[in-house]
Ligand binder design. Structure first.
Ligand code: NZQ
Ligand code: ZN
Length: 381
């Protein structure tokens, strides 16, 4: 097991009716900016619950943080927050609203441009406290320090890591209104978060492996049942908690990590606007295919413990495990090939060029460069 430090200060408040707790979780002397996405919260009753809970607080609202939050939109929120001297931020929405709010929290106290903070971690200084009402299980952003921000002008998408949110309210009833496609993307994102921390080499931490496999098994079990009935409180609770635990630091304890699939997926989103979870469903099976020699031991363990693959030669079992992974994404009605989303050679060349220019060395073995990214994208054409 590798050395590690684990500290996760985010308070999780989980369950029915918990949005009302905003009233006592946010200190009464704060000036709050509540941030929202495109308006789904007005149709499903979440907005009414938030405003009722905050009736004795001083707050302003910022609307319009879009999926794959752009720095162009967030600059407007920063200006509004500065103008009103806000000193607390509450994100109400999915990972995009929360990630955008994390950037706002560091950009309000900063005198320069917000994009500089995304590009250069050394510039990150003071941050306003952030909390969330998370309405979309997927990113784990509610209980991690990460945020992924897009720049529409330059067609770039980068992550930064800084501070955890103060608290997260997770009410599974808020998920009933999520469209089927976004549920599929959220389940795929959760699955791939686990894989990025698990699909490396075996025997680093048996315990961490079993936590990871537990989340994978849970996601595989609930996915078809949620497709049948997304108003089932128990199922949506399992989905919500799986997404949070998949990326809150729990399953990275003591082990190496990969993240190649995410880094390639972010480029597909930056260039084509493709939804995050969908991009991962395309790339992950190809990443496993191209890197199968280096990941062989772990793919065999995964195949046996998650998919029950116990017969055949090792090579046959590796290929069967990769196929099960792709079939799982297909069972979610997601695309698993680039040609299904009209992406071809031009984009492959651009991703290769970007990775070469940035001199990336990704994955647990730090060996994924532009050429290997090309091989992965060609494998999912
Ligand atoms: O904007 P509204 O109107 O709220 O609609 C959203 C949006 O259109 C809708 N939605 C959310 N909750 C809903 C709902 N619709 C009905 N009912 C509800 N309860 O869903 C759509 C997608 O929302 P979005 O926030 O974009 O989805 P998600 O949570 O998947 O976030 C994606 C972003 O997070 C980043 C991704 O790259 C992407 O930018 N990630 C953040 C990570 C992190 N912070 O740790 C890690 C991830 O790997 C990921 O990269
Ligand atoms: Zn993700």
């Amino acid at each position: 097991m590798n050395n590690f430090v684990f500290q996760n200060p985010t308070k999780l408040i989980f369950g029915k009716g918990t949005i009302a707790r905003l009233a006592r979780e946010i200190p009464g002397d704060k000036t709050v900016m509540v941030t929202y996405g495109g308006g789904s919260v007005k149709k499903n009753g979440i907005y009414d619950q938030v405003t009722a809970a905050l009736k004795n607080h001083r707050y302003i609202e910022f609307w319009g943080i879009e999926p794959n939050p752009s720095v162009e939109t967030l600059r407007q929120a920063v200006a509004l927050g500065k103008e009103h001297h806000v000193d607390y931020l509450l994100a109400v929405g999915g990972g995009s609203v929360l990630d955008g709010t994390k950037l706002i929290s560091v950009a309000i106290p900063y005198s320069g441009d917000a994009w500089e903070l995304v590009l250069n971690a050394e510039l990150l200084g003071d941050a306003l406290p952030v909390a969330s009402v998370m309405t979309m299980p997927a990113t784990g952003s509610e209980m991690n320090a990460g945020a992924v921000i897009s720049n529409k002008t330059t067609q770039e998408k980068f992550a930064f890591n800084y501070k955890h949110p103060q608290f997260a309210i997770l009410d599974p009833e808020t998920t009933y209104s999520i469209p089927a496609f976004h549920i599929a993307c959220g389940l795929a994102d959760t699955f791939v978060h686990v894989m990025e921390q698990y699909m490396t080499t075996p025997d680093q931490s048996w315990l961490t492996d079993r936590w990871a496999e537990g989340i994978l098994l849970n996601v595989v079990e609930i996915a078809p049942k949620i497709a049948e009935n997304k108003h089932d409180y128990h199922l949506m609770s399992e989905y919500m908690l799986s997404a949070t635990l998949a990326l809150n630091g729990l399953i990275s304890m003591g082990v190496t990590q990969d993240w190649v699939t995410h880094m390639i997926g972010h480029e597909l989103t930056a260039i084509h606007g493709i939804t995050h979870g969908q991009s991962l469903a395309i790339v992950l099976p190809a990443t496993m295919t191209v890197l199968q020699a280096q990941k062989r031991g772990k793919i065999l363990q995964y195949g046996e413990r998650v998919w029950g693959i116990t017969t055949g030669t090792p090579t046959e079992r590796v290929l069967a495990a990769i196929d099960c992974t792709e079939q799982f994404f297909r069972s979610l009605n997601l695309a698993t090939h680039l040609n299904e989303v009209q992406i071809g050679e031009e984009t492959i060349a651009e991703v290769e060029r970007r990775f070469n220019e940035r001199k990336v060395a990704l994955g647990e073995a730090c060996n994924v460069n532009g050429a290997i990214a090309r091989a992965i994208l060609e494998a999912c054409l």
